[in-house]
Design a protein around this ligand. Structure first.
Ligand code: PGA
Length: 250
């Protein structure tokens, strides 16, 4: 069975001071959640150093990043490299998020380069794939997620494939409250799991309007191994309740 993970993606929310306030409430709650579910939080880059400090005595919560460059250094104004993340013990990095694909020119090719760099530097990529509402309406969902997944993992050997995490995030469900019905999310995630050899043990997370109230309905599906959570990860009590609901069915 793949391990279970709930990852919070804070996107462009919270200053370092606000991150500190979040963890003051969240860490005592997280300490009580059974450890059969991994907890990851991906704050903005500017809150990574203080989060790293805060998590030093709290191994229950792991640090993630929301992006990375595929090169290790160089003239890439505004970018952050994998060794810079490793310095703060960042364990996960989200790549291919639809917002990065949509607004920042992330492509299947750059996702693939980032995945390879992250694996070389001991950071687990969380590769996000998903269809637009137009693609869903025209019956293109499966083809879309398969092509994104195959491209992201292109050139990886079996041991590398086994080290990634995937996230299925239907774009029309992100931040909209219009979440994908759990059985349909599970079906698409089954398609993803079977499109590349070696994904049997890889965690696949569902993302798109996951809340404390619906987390359990996803966690009980056979192909869903956790969640990638945006809006609902910003509130410490709500996020702890969401993880607890998901973990109760692990
Ligand atoms: P949401 O975002 O939970 O706010 O829908 C999910 C994501 O974009 O990862």
């Amino acid at each position: 069975m793949p391990r279970r993970i709930v990852a919070g993606n804070w996107k462009m929310h919270k200053t370092a001071a606000q991150a500190r306030a979040f963890f003051a409430t969240f860490l005592p709650l997280a300490a009580k959640i059974p450890d059969r579910i991994e907890i990851v939080i991906a704050p903005p880059f500017t809150a990574i150093p203080c989060t790293h400090e805060l998590l030093r005595d709290h191994p229950r919560v792991l640090l993630g990043a929301q992006n990375v460059h595929w090169e290790l250094h160089g003239p890439f104004t505004g970018e952050v490299a994998a060794p810079m993340l490793r310095e703060f013990d960042v364990r996960y990095a989200i790549v291919g998020h639809s917002e990065r694909r949509m607004y920042f020119n992330e492509t299947d090719r750059t996702v693939n380069l980032k995945v390879k760099t992250l694996l070389k530097h001991g950071i687990t990529p969380i590769v996000a794939v998903g269809e637009t509402s137009e693609e869903r309406k025209s019956g293109e969902t499966d083809r879309r997620v398969v092509s994104q997944t195959v491209a992201a993992l292109d050139g990886l050997d079996a041991t590398e494939v086994a080290r990634v995490v995937l996230a299925y995030e239907p774009i029309w469900a992100i931040g909209t409250g219009a979440n994908c019905e759990p059985p349909e999310a599970d079906r698409v995630m089954g398609v993803i799991r079977n499109c590349v050899r070696g994904l049997e043990g890889v965690p696949i997370l569902y993302g798109g309007s996951v809340k404390p109230e619906n987390a359990a309905s996803y966690a009980t599906q056979p192909n869903i191994n956790g969640g990638l959570v945006g809006g609902a990860s910003l509130d410490p009590e709500g996020f702890a309740a969401l993880i607890e609901a998901a973990g109760a069915h692990a």
